[in-house]
Design a protein around this ligand. Structure first.
Ligand code: SAM
Length: 311
């Protein structure tokens, strides 16, 4: 065990998030930049944090001086900030959801779900992301509750920012996992939490930084597309903008790892990412895609992992 490595607590994402990377952690581990172990890397940045599977995995194993996470999804960022600032109050709200849910029959559970969803959508116009508000605690609890009890456990909002997923009929959903929330809060104490476009992370990055970039997948085909994490999608022009950002960070000396769907799964002649990231190490690793609009087509496909360093 090197000086930088820490005792591991097994912190897990507190939300189930489309594109979550838990199943790929072993493959990512084989591709970490050597500077993590030598101590050359002292900061970590993840511009598309989502559920944060890789961030939690790394943050409990390596002592970073600082971490910076970012996401364009306002509701997600509210939950991260509430866990950091008010984890006990959040746990109380979730405990209350947990006991009301468990005391009710299926009809009552369904009513609780739709009442909470309506309250979440009703409060949307009054939410300001700029400064921490006590009302965020209730909202964060609503988000976690809805995420644990909705169909397929997916957080999906429409163009107006409304949550519109139906009830999932779970018997014993894990609404409050206090130990995990406390462990997440401990990790977040040392973390800057930004809301907005991935480019906002630029100032946090230098030659001592490891950056993991996990943008919304480029749809593999027109029917299997899942790109709506928030109100705005992520187009091919955004993927190209990200590749320019990647080259800019590379020139700063940062160590970079990026993942995306592999268009060659569908069309072997599609070299979209091979062209955008020409000159870098492009690897294809097997992945089981969990989120697909057509359940029958879930299965083994390749995922791209693009690094600017050799192992
Ligand atoms: C593939 S998910 C990340 C999944 C994450 N690695 C995990 O393990 O859960 C992509 C994330 O990018 C966010 N996003 C979309 N457009 C963005 C943008 N322009 N800048 C920053 N984040 C964005 C989405 O809200 C979503 O959370």
């Amino acid at each position: 065990m090197t000086q930088q490595q820490k005792r591991v607590l097994s912190v897990r994402p507190f939300l189930k998030w489309a594109g979550g990377k838990t199943q790929l952690l072993n493959e990512f581990c084989k591709r970490l930049p050597p500077g993590l172990k030598t101590g050359h890397i002292t900061t970590y940045v993840e511009p598309f944090i989502g559920g944060g599977a890789f961030f939690f995995f790394l943050a409990e194993r390596y002592s970073f001086k600082q971490c910076t996470i970012c996401d364009a999804n306002q509701e997600l960022i509210i939950v991260y900030r509430v866990i950091r600032e008010s984890v006990n109050e959040l746990a109380e709200e979730l405990a209350s959801f947990q006991s009301v849910y468990q005391e009710n029959n299926e009809r009552g559970q369904e009513n609780l779900y739709y009442e909470t969803r309506a309250a979440f959508n009703r409060d949307l116009p009054g939410i300001s992301i700029d400064t921490f508000q006590p009302s965020w605690v209730e909202r964060a609890a609503q988000i976690i509750f809805l995420n644990r009890t909705c169909f397929n456990g997916l957080f999906r909002v429409n163009r107006k920012g409304e949550f519109n997923v139906p009830f999932g009929r779970y018997k014993n959903p894990d609404i409050l996992n206090k130990d995990n929330l406390n462990n997440v809060a401990a990790i977040l104490k040392n973390t800057r939490i930004l809301h907005g476009d991935f480019t906002m992370c630029r100032d946090a990055i230098d030659e001592h930084t490891f950056v993991y970039l996990d943008p919304p997948y480029r749809p593999l085909n027109h029917t299997s597309s899942f790109t709506s994490y928030g109100k705005s999608g992520f187009s091919d022009a955004d993927q190209a903008r990200l590749a320019i950002f990647y080259r800019e960070l590379d020139s700063l000396g940062a160590k970079l790892m990026l993942s995306n769907s592999d268009p060659k799964n569908i069309d072997p002649s599609d070299s979209f990412f091979d062209d955008l990231y020409a000159g870098y190490t492009i690897e294809r690793i097997p992945a089981r895609r969990m989120i697909n609009s057509n359940g029958a087509r879930r299965g083994e496909i390749n995922e791209l992992v693009i690094t600017n360093y050799s192992r």
